[in-house]
Every structure is written in C-alpha cells, then in structure tokens.
Design a protein around this ligand. Structure first.
Ligand code: FES
Length: 175
C-alpha cells in the first residue's frame, strides 16, 4: 500500500463515511471531483482502496462519464451544451465562434496560458434557455449559466472572458 501522504489522507476523509461497496463508487467520484475539480491518479487509488475495488474498475467507471476529468481544469471552463434543443438553436455556431475567439481547435482544448478551456457538456434539462453554455470558475467554485445565446453574443462573451472583463450575467450557482 502506498505511503499515507497528507493529500491521500484528505481524499480519504472525503469518502470515509462510504461503506466499501461498488454502489458507492459514483458518490465517491463525485465528492472528489467536486472538491478538486478532477480525479487524480492518487484519488482513484484511494477510492479503490477505500471501496475495496480494483483501480482499473474505478478508472473504467469514471472514464465512462463525460463529467469526470483526469487533469486539473483551466481557471475558467466553458462547458458547451451538446444537447438536442441547443443544437436546434445553432449551438454549433456558438461553439465554433467561441473556439475561434479563444484560438482553440476543438472542444477539450485550452489556451496556452491555461486560463480558458472549452469542453463538451450534456443537457441538464434547462432547455428553455437553449442554446446555452456554463461558465465555470474553478477558484470561486461558481458556475454561471448563460442562455439564449446568439453567435454575436457568444463572441462578445468570449472576448470579455479573454480580456478578463467578464461579469456574471446569467444565473450563478455553486458547483
Ligand atoms: S439541450 Fe441544452 S440544455 Fe437541454
């Protein structure tokens, strides 16, 4: 068993109340990602140890879901909704316009200064706001939902984010 470092102890304490059982796996993954913004190798090992599962099983389950990530997020993450209602409202145009402003090639890329990344998101039922994006600020642990976007508005938004001039204007929630 690896040495119990301070980081491992902190991860372990996050999931200490979960009984060893693979039915608790998603709960454990969610707690760790919520706390750190991603699932490190160390975190996956600790979860596997605590739930008495094979690390490969834990990694396999986590990699099945889009919302889990395995590297630290950029300072600001633009989560672009790929759901059908947003697609009907030209979300592809919004995605392409924002990628161009950030000078990114595709979803999953991040800017060289690690300030902004754009990733794929799934419909969460807020389709009345289609087309929408979520702007997630890692330090504040805040998520701003910005909906009913047009391409023009998306470009303005992306420029403001790039210039550090973005002010929350959607519905902000913690995440
Ligand atoms: S399709 Fe985008 S929020 Fe439902």
């Amino acid at each position: 068993m690896p040495l119990e470092t301070e980081a491992r102890a902190e991860i372990r304490s996050l999931i200490s109340d979960l009984e060893p059982d693979d039915g608790k796996l998603l709960d454990a993954l969610h707690r760790v990602q919520h706390r750190y913004g991603y699932l490190s190798n160390e975190a996956l090992e600790v979860i596997a140890e605590h739930l008495k599962m094979f690390p490969s099983h834990v990694y396999g389950a986590a990699s099945f879901y889009d919302e889990y990530r395995f590297d630290p997020p950029a300072s600001t993450t633009i989560r672009w909704c790929s759901g059908p209602a947003c697609r009907l409202e030209n979300s592809n145009g919004i995605r392409d316009a924002m990628l161009a402003v950030f000078d990114l090639k595709e979803l999953g890329d991040r800017t060289n200064d690690n300030q902004v990344e754009m990733i794929n998101g799934q419909c969460n039922g807020a389709c009345e706001l289609a087309p929408l994006i979520w702007i997630e600020k890692q330090i504040e642990h805040k998520r701003d939902v910005v909906g009913k976007l047009s391409v023009t508005k998306a470009i303005e938004l992306a420029r403001a984010i790039s210039n550090g001039e973005y002010i929350e204007e959607g519905h902000e929630t913690a995440f």
